[in-house]
Design a protein around this ligand. Structure first.
Ligand SMILES: Cc1cc2nc3c(=O)[nH]c(=O)nc-3n(C[C@H](O)[C@H](O)[C@H](O)COP(=O)(O)OP(=O)(O)OC[C@H]3O[C@@H](n4cnc5c(N)ncnc54)[C@H](O)[C@@H]3O)c2cc1C
Length: 401
């Protein structure tokens, strides 16, 4: 059955953080957009947090999506990086770039829920259903939903995540690499206040990070490690797990106690060969997935959303068909290089810090210590990692209303 609701300009499949932000931004700008997501829309906090960079906060603010009601943000004032030996140290401080914070830490589940709420408040047609099939026919993209409904529009945006079945059906080849690592995520109670500092130590099997939460004595753990070790860590008793954490961070934050579930996320890097085609565009994890060690995945997705909205507005202003390659090419051009660069940088860091060769370890240790003494170099790193908007846009990482 073809949907009898109003004619759509754009159908988005996937209302994760990226799809929901896109949906809101497009609807606010007067595009007729409909969105499909299999999830019921139930609001819940997750054990996973996202570090939003200063550039992302500026981007979301520009899209009218920051601050976000219901999302409490912890300002990230500094990042303390340690190598495996604990002797190589590097501290990124927001003061080095003349900002109040490097970004903000938010609960990922609440971020998604708030973005969905904002989009739904605009009266966007919302389909709580699964997109089963897509077809490109007669100058339209057609999406068949499990419930039997069919949606048609000149443009389909696939924001259906790293395992995108829409991408597969559209025949877009994807390069995928399984790290053999799993990120173990949990909430941690700290013996000492974190003072807005995130800690990251690179261990033999991967990086272990503690990100500050709005409660001054709580942090979010993202411990990336070999799959088997992750299984072991998840099965430890609370006391054994606390001891393992203490082995990583020592006494820097006092006692580290866990009282939440320990969730595991298998880590994969992937990149789609094309982001666009006739009548479609891919955005967010459907286009690229990076190792979480630099906390960049959703930040890259928000940057995709900004670039895609800009391309579609420009196309509309010139009366260019929204689903044409001509309309979409500027989006792909704007995003591919940055996304590939981040994918390679995170991949390289992950490999380098796991490398057992003595000269590689010595080089990394020296590199961290040298960089720590050169404020100019650190500023360059922070800009490159998205902590600072290269355009210098101001951002406000304070708590949401
Ligand atoms: C452990 C971990 C820590 C991370 N930390 C950070 C961080 O600190 N900072 C950061 O920037 N990023 C981080 N990331 C990455 C970030 O979480 C992702 O990049 C981001 O969530 C991707 O959002 P998305 O909207 O593109 O995809 P998703 O969040 O995967 O959303 C896809 C949506 O599509 C829906 N969907 C899928 N298929 C269909 C279908 N056929 N029909 C209908 N709906 C469908 C799903 O229900 C889902 O809602 C982390 C990732 C992990 C694993």
């Amino acid at each position: 059955m073809i949907s009898t609701r109003r004619a759509l300009d754009i159908v988005i499949v996937g209302a994760g953080a990226v799809g929901a932000a896109l949906c809101h931004a497009l609807a606010v700008r007067g595009f007729e957009v409909g969105i499909v997501d299999a999830e019921t829309g139930e609001e819940r906090a997750s054990v996973r947090t996202s570090a939003l960079s200063g550039a992302s906060l500026a981007q979301l603010s520009g899209l009218g999506l920051w601050p976000l009601e219901g999302v409490e943000a912890a300002p990230l004032r500094a990042l303390q990086v340690l190598d495996r030996s604990g002797q190589g140290r590097l501290r990124f401080d927001s003061a080095d770039i003349g900002e109040a914070s490097l970004g903000a830490i938010v609960n990922h589940g609440l971020l998604e829920a708030a973005l969905r709420r904002r989009a739904r408040a605009l009266g966007v047609p919302w389909y709580f259903d699964r997109a089963e099939e897509v077809a490109i026919e007669g100058g339209r993209a057609e999406v068949m939903l499990r419930g039997g409904e069919r949606l048609r529009a000149p443009l389909l945006i696939a924001a259906d995540g790293a395992q995108s079945t829409i991408r597969e059906q559209l025949g877009v080849p994807v390069l995928q690499y399984r790290y053999g690592q799993t990120a173990v995520c949990a909430d941690i109670r700290l013996g000492r206040p974190h003072e807005g500092v995130a800690w990251q130590r690179f261990l033999a099997d991967g990086p272990c990070a503690l990100l500050p939460l709005p409660d001054p004595c709580r942090a979010s753990l993202i411990w990336s490690t070999a799959d088997q070790e992750a299984r072991r860590l998840r099965n430890l008793s609370d006391r054994e797990f606390s001891e393992a954490l203490r082995g990583v961070f020592g006494d820097a934050l006092g006692t580290l106690e866990t009282d939440s579930e320990r969730a595991g996320f298998p880590l994969v890097a992937s990149h789609a060969q094309r982001y666009i085609g006739a009548r479609f565009a891919l955005a967010g994890d459907a286009a690229h997935r990076v190792h979480p060690l630099a906390g960049q995945g959703v930040n890259l997705g928000f940057a995709d959303a900004g670039a895609l909205v800009a391309a579609l507005e420009a196309a509309r202003a010139r009366a260019v068909d929204l689903g044409s390659r001509r309309a979409l090419r500027p989006y792909e051009r704007a995003r591919k290089v940055e996304n590939v660069a981040m994918l390679m940088a995170t991949d390289l860091l992950n490999r380098a810090f796991r490398d057992d060769r003595a000269w590689v370890r010595a080089l990394l240790r020296t590199g961290l210590n040298v960089t720590d003494t050169l404020p100019f170099l650190k500023t360059v790193f922070m800009t490159a990692s998205g902590a600072r908007d290269p355009g210098g846009a101001a951002h406000d990482a304070r708590q949401g209303p």
